[in-house]
Design a protein around this ligand. Structure first.
Ligand code: FE
Length: 219
């Protein structure tokens, strides 16, 4: 593959000029990513700062943001219904917004059906709600194996599901991200919303784990 050629003014005239000498060697992937960004901007598909803004918004979030949404759904059945009907407008009630034109769907885990989320193609993830994805989520091993042998992969995460619970693996896309709404743990009746949020782990919102038991967090 040829080096991408652009007129950045980094030609011969900048040699010997301290500011014009690149001091970082970009990897092949970094160069490819930059070239794609430049093309998308050039073709008017994205604005120059779109990618930076979306990275920053994901970095500003953490799984505790998703946990707030889940805890609200556990205590407020009407909110839960709105979340399942239209996740984007429901999370907006709590002050969260997604990057324009990215959809969000909430998937409810029940006694009969367990959802697990993956992006088989790359690493699509509801970053605007959970923060940056964990490394294993981006790994080829997870992306390829979870669709073939989900129960074996879940077991490696320490999640052994009863055989009568169905497992549904959901493949994310650039257009739609998924948030798993785990079931509310037993023994949490009467707990306040903020305490409940502490039980909601990142992995339980991806579907590779369950929320914590209340005994584990009561202090
Ligand atoms: Fe992806």
């Amino acid at each position: 593959m040829s080096e991408h050629q652009h007129d950045h003014g980094a030609g011969e005239e900048s040699q010997g000029h301290p500011g014009g000498t690149p001091d970082i060697q970009l990897s092949y992937r970094a160069k490819r990513s930059l070239a794609m960004q430049e093309l998308l901007v050039e073709k008017g598909i994205i604005a120059p700062d779109d990618i930076q803004r979306s990275v920053e918004s994901a970095r500003a979030r953490s799984p505790s943001d998703g946990a707030r949404v889940v805890a609200r759904a556990w205590v407020d059945p009407a909110f839960k219904q709105r979340l399942l009907d239209n996740a984007l407008t429901a999370i907006a009630e709590l002050g969260y917004d997604f990057v324009a034109d990215t959809g969000l769907v909430a998937l409810e885990n029940t006694d009969e059906l367990h959802h697990v989320v993956v992006c088989t193609l790359c690493s699509c993830y509801p970053g605007a709600l959970l923060g940056p994805p964990p490394d294993w989520y981006k790994s080829l091993a997870y992306r390829s194996r979870v669709v073939i042998e989900p129960r074996a992969v879940l077991r490696e995460f320490g999640l052994e599901l009863e055989s009568d619970i169905g497992v549904r693996v959901i493949d994310s896309t650039a257009e739609i991200r998924y948030l798993v709404l785990p079931g509310r743990p037993a023994g949490t009746e009467g707990m306040a919303e903020e305490q409940l949020a502490e039980l909601v782990t990142r992995n339980s919102m991806i579907g590779v784990g369950l929320p914590l038991s209340p005994e584990l967090v009561t202090t």
